[in-house]
Ligand binder design. Sequence first.
Ligand code: NAP
Length: 303
Amino acid sequence: MTDLKLGIIGQPLTHSLSPHLHAQLMQQLDIQGVYRKYELKPAELAEALNAFAEDGVRGLNVTIPHKVAVMSQMDWLSPEAELAGAVNTVVFDAVDADGTPFPRCHKKGYNTDITGFVRSLPQSVVDRLPEINMLVLGAGGSARAIMTALIQLNVGALTFAVRSPEKAVRLTSDAEMIKQTYGRRTEINIVSLLSLPSLEGFGGLINTTPVGMWPDENFSPIDSVQLETLPTGSFVYDLIYRPVETQLLKDAKAHGFHVMNGLDMLIYQGICAFELWQEKTVPQSLLPALRDKLLQAMEQVAI
Ligand code: NAP
């Protein structure tokens, strides 16, 4: 049997821990294979995807900024990817479900960020969601996954704070479809990140922008003074996992809020992607070792 060929497409990819995560998974599960980083510009997507299919690549992770653009290149979308309007995992299938070869390799798009995010959320937060207006910073690919997950979990309201509200208009109509699918009444609002009022009406904040990501660790998407206006007991989640504690999380911790970084979401979405590529369940017992290995990898400066 040929070695498993996997990879990640995005730009930039310097921060990505996915190669470490999947190298660990292959090692722990005794699978021979490679996982490569492919830095691609948006204009290079279509040609590169066809080349990967020809080269026998089994699967790809998709990250910033391609999660939305890659959708139009797929032959099939999972219902969740379609609902979210974003793909973070591609499976290349040479044969159909009956084992009949496709005339050309099929590109299937999934969104494992949704399940990854849901599995990462503490139960205490999930229990409070129906009473919360959650502030989400950003409206890109991961914000769409977070929107799908939170509507599914029956959040009371979602407010997206974005730098160009006109670009986020489609988010509102897409949210309607998600609400219909799950029978929810979540209120959706879009506001400008640049003219955000006091945060006292929100019960939590989730950062889905890359602001504060390594190597620009001193930046935060929100001013510390404004952050302090969140109500006591609020939850602040930064999807960034490198650095482990972003400036946003440092400020939130200093104000006494509950904080969480993106490491668990990264691990869970990665495991779900690996299960799709391998068509096998990954044992939960691997989780602590995976987390330790990723933390160790981040301690090395140049990964
Ligand atoms: P994306 O699709 O490119 O979306 C990024 C969003 O952030 C867009 O709304 C963008 O606004 C906004 N943004 C970018 N720079 C900004 C700035 N300087 N100020 C304000 N807003 C800004 O990227 P993504 O795939 O959603 O990823 C976003 C972040 O989440 C990355 O740091 C990524 O590593 C992280 N992430 C983590 C996980 C995990 O498993 N932990 C999973 C997914 C993503 P415009 O539309 O105006 O450009």
